[in-house]
Design a protein around this ligand. Structure first.
Ligand code: DGY
Length: 328
């Protein structure tokens, strides 16, 4: 191993080809046991590193960054980067990167899995069959709600939101959306999507799908008041980040029938989700697997590795979040 190679810490298990690629360019300190590093271990192992490849479960904050005087790049294996203190990175001239694009379709597929699963009560009926309770067919058994021809409300019309909306064409749905900024007219036309306020969307949509990034501005974007604004027959899907929904308020709404059902891939304080969810039948739960297909997770890991290597070679990584860091 050449002395000149930059030193990189990879905090969690990655694929063999990711490591192979990294080892061709860097001196790699890997954690293939995949047990999350304790904060102390992270501080110790990052101390002499030039680059960090981390996952969304690692909190990369100012004290940690201060423990790594040589650090030039933090490459997150995720598109969401609320686990990174980007301002602290920028202040130190450290480039921060994410993995946009490669996971759009897989994440959109999972949002649809939750929509269809919640609408047709898939996990409920699966439990019923497994328990041996199915004694025969009945006309009014396990009645669900139609997805086709319903109104889909997408909150957050970025790349993933658009991929979710695009799939609605095959279901002959009406699409409405809310976004900080209205998207280009050509996109609206292509998706047949109508822009409206969040409040109007909550009133009109049969399926509300959240796809906004988590930030102080989107913390509890959907709480008691917003749930009360939704139709009693509506279904809420959160496959973006825990904290965008007030989980305690959602549990109460699902209990009281304020809305019909929910499909959730992300939770406040995950993996320690609110136990109230486990008592409810009208919620479909998945453990933050939105991007978890073989091809997509491999692509995410490789994207992060390439971002790190590009930064360490003195270039501009393809997915740089904080271009200002380069001028520091
Ligand atoms: C992301 O990339 O932000 C996803 O949540 C990972 O599944």
């Amino acid at each position: 191993m050449s002395e000149a190679m930059p030193k990189v810490l990879v905090t969690r298990e990655v694929f063999d080809e990711t490591l192979e690629y990294l080892r061709a360019h860097c001196d790699v300190d890997a954690n293939q046991e995949d047990v999350a590093l304790t904060p102390d271990a992270l501080v110790r192992r990052i101390a002499d590193k030039d680059g960090l490849i981390c996952s969304l479960t690692d909190r990369i904050d100012a004290p940690l960054i201060d423990a790594a005087p040589r650090l030039k790049v933090v490459a997150n294996i995720a598109v969401g980067y609320n686990n990174l203190d980007v301002a602290a990175c920028t202040a130190r001239g450290i480039m921060a990167t994410n993995t946009p694009g490669v996971l759009d379709d897989s994440t959109a597929d999972l949002a649809w899995t939750l929509m269809l699963g919640a609408a047709r009560r898939v996990t409920e009926v699966e439990r019923y069959i497994r328990q041996g309770d199915w004694k025969g067919w009945r006309l009014q058994q396990w009645l669900g709600t139609d997805v086709h021809h319903a109104t889909l409300g997408v909150v957050g019309m970025g790349r993933i939101g658009q991929a979710i909306a695009r799939r609605a064409k095959g279901f002959d749905m009406r699409v409405v959306y809310h976004n900080r900024k209205r998207v280009a007219e050509s996109i609206e036309r292509d998706l047949n999507a109508t822009f409206m306020s969040l409040e109007a969307l909550l009133r009109e949509a049969d399926f509300v799908v959240l796809q906004v990034p988590y930030s102080p501005e989107t913390h509890h974007l959907i709480g008691q008041a917003e749930l009360a604004t939704m139709k009693r027959t509506a279904v809420l899907i959160n496959s973006t980040r825990g904290g965008v929904v007030d989980d305690a308020a959602l549990i109460e709404a699902l209990k009281r029938g304020t809305i019909r059902a929910a499909g959730l891939d992300v939770f406040e304080n995950e993996p320690a989700l609110n136990p109230g969810f486990l008592e409810l039948d009208n919620v479909v739960l998945t453990p933050h697997v939105g991007s978890s297909t073989e091809d997509t997770r491999r692509a995410m890991a490789m994207t992060a590795a390439k971002n790190a290597v590009a930064a360490l070679a003195g270039g501009t990584p393809p997915n740089l979040i904080n271009p200002e860091a380069k001028n520091k």
